[in-house]
Design a protein around this ligand. Structure first.
Ligand code: HEM
Length: 431
């Protein structure tokens, strides 16, 4: 079992969130099937900002399918092993749509969005995903290369022109990833200042009360609805314009689905990349022998991206699934109607899948990759993220060969209580 005191495992703002939770759950909310005592409350706070909490590795060793409590207080099952996570993400008995059944558990205080692709099962999921895929085909992604290189170079020019120190998240990681996804979607990057607060709330587990989440959701939806109107009047070569045209010609997808997809892509499409870019930079700085390999042969960057994504999975898990029947997984029976959190972060450090899993080895022989998920919800932006990361990391280390952290890596601050985690900031210097 985890040896951390329970008080270390709940969000610091738990009192506020308890109050918020009672506001969210209707009186007839019935507890789910009884489970044995929970092993920990998810997410468990990290002790090392660049390493998932020990409690997950202990679960992997001792009880790889175990009962836990979600940040909302709802019960769930934590799935840790690589092969079991693969099953939980691919087997249709683990459903996203069953989240809308009465009494289903919640991972966040915000209600799931039924119009969002991430909340759907096939066949609706397949239809929406096919439309979104137009923007992320390998050819489309390849065509983004010059733009990604140009944006990276501009941001590095701006860093070079100013004082030789700053926050890598705000100066480089976030604007790079946001500019790219804004361009693909047709969202004006100039509205950048709005996105941070919405993104923070979109991925909040229990940090904000429901009223605040509802307000942010309303504002964000109104923004995207206006954007849909603009793209109808002045279409461009972007995904939202393409979806609006399909809607106007065929009646599908609905405008609500376009808005939900836009928001999902805007937030999931940059926050994750920022995390791997910045935490991955810290990993390389902590592993000078691996960085030396990259300096000697920059063609290794794409391989390095696979390893850096494996070690720096944004958040520890995936979106929860609900079982639609009793399912035996890794020898444990998970009852029908249970919430399941398949932890890609833990699976990515399963020694059965990756020998010596906590070490950064950019030329690993193992080619399996779990950081981008598995099955029908496999990351739609994986190709784009790989491109951005390979270009972004190479450009950064080539421009600033003496880049360094200005605080000990242990003092970096990890957002433990956001769905996707991430670094609050990353103070660096260069010369
Ligand atoms: C290093 C960066 C990234 C990582 C590690 C990552 C990881 C993941 C993972 C693990 C999932 C599966 C979630 C689940 O099954 O519950 C996922 C899904 C998704 N990702 Fe990514 N992602 C990254 C970048 C991106 C980018 C750049 C985009 C958009 C352009 C994106 C958009 C999405 C979307 C829309 C889904 C949901 C797909 C669906 O429901 O079918 N991600 N991502």
């Amino acid at each position: 079992m985890s040896d951390q005191a329970p008080s270390d495992q709940v969000p610091p703002d738990q009192a506020a969130s308890d109050q918020a939770l009672s506001a969210r759950i209707p009186d007839d909310h019935s507890p789910l099937a009884p489970t044995p005592p929970p092993r920990f409350t998810y997410p468990v706070k990290r002790t090392d900002p660049l390493v998932p909490a020990d409690a997950y590795a202990e679960a992997l060793r001792e009880e790889p399918v175990c009962p836990i409590t979600l940040a909302t207080g709802d019960p769930a099952w934590f799935v840790a092993r690589h092969q079991d996570v693969r099953t939980a993400l691919s087997d249709p008995r683990f459903s996203r749509e069953a989240l809308f059944r009465p009494g289903a558990a919640r991972a966040q205080l915000v209600e799931p969005d039924p119009d969002s692709m991430i909340s759907m099962d096939p066949p609706r999921h397949t239809q929406i995903r096919k439309l979104a895929n137009r923007a992320f085909s390998p050819q489309r992604v390849r065509r983004m290369r010059p733009y990604v290189e140009e944006v990276a170079a501009q941001l590095l020019d701006a860093m070079e022109a100013g004082p030789p120190a700053g926050d890598l998240v705000e100066m480089y990681g976030r604007p790079l990833a946001l500019r790219v996804i804004c361009r693909i979607l047709g969202v004006p990057f100039e509205d950048y200042d709005k996105f941070g607060a919405w993104c923070d709330r979109f991925f909040s587990l229990t940090k904000y009360p429901p009223e605040e989440l509802r307000q942010a959701d309303e504002d964000m939806r109104a923004y995207f609805a206006r954007l849909v109107g603009h793209r109808r009047e002045e279409p461009g070569d972007d995904l939202i314009s393409a979806l609006v045209r399909i809607h106007d010609e065929e009646g599908e997808p609905s405008e609500r689905e376009i808005v939900s997809l836009g928001a999902l892509l805007l937030f999931a499409g940059h926050d994750t990349t920022v995390t791997v870019l910045c935490a991955g930079t810290a990993t390389l700085l902590n592993n000078p022998d691996q960085l030396a390999l990259l300096r000697a042969d920059p063609e290794l960057y794409p391989e390095a991206v696979e390893e850096l994504a494996r070690l720096n999975v944004p958040g520890g898990g995936t979106a929860i699934r609900i079982t639609t029947s009793d399912v035996k997984l890794g020898g444990t029976v998970i009852p029908e109607g249970s919430a399941v959190l398949a932890s890609v972060g833990t699976a990515s450090r399963d020694p059965e899948a990756y020998p010596d899993p906590d070490h950064c080895v950019i030329q690993r022989e193992q080619r399996t990759q779990m950081a981008f998920g598995q099955g029908p919800h496999f990351c739609i932006g994986a190709g784009l993220a790989r491109l951005e990361l390979a270009i972004g990391l190479r450009a950064l280390f080539e421009r600033f060969p003496r880049l360094r952290l200005t605080v000990p890596a242990q003092q970096l601050r990890w957002k433990d209580f956001a769905v996707l985690g991430g670094l609050e900031d990353m103070p660096v210097a260069w010369d």
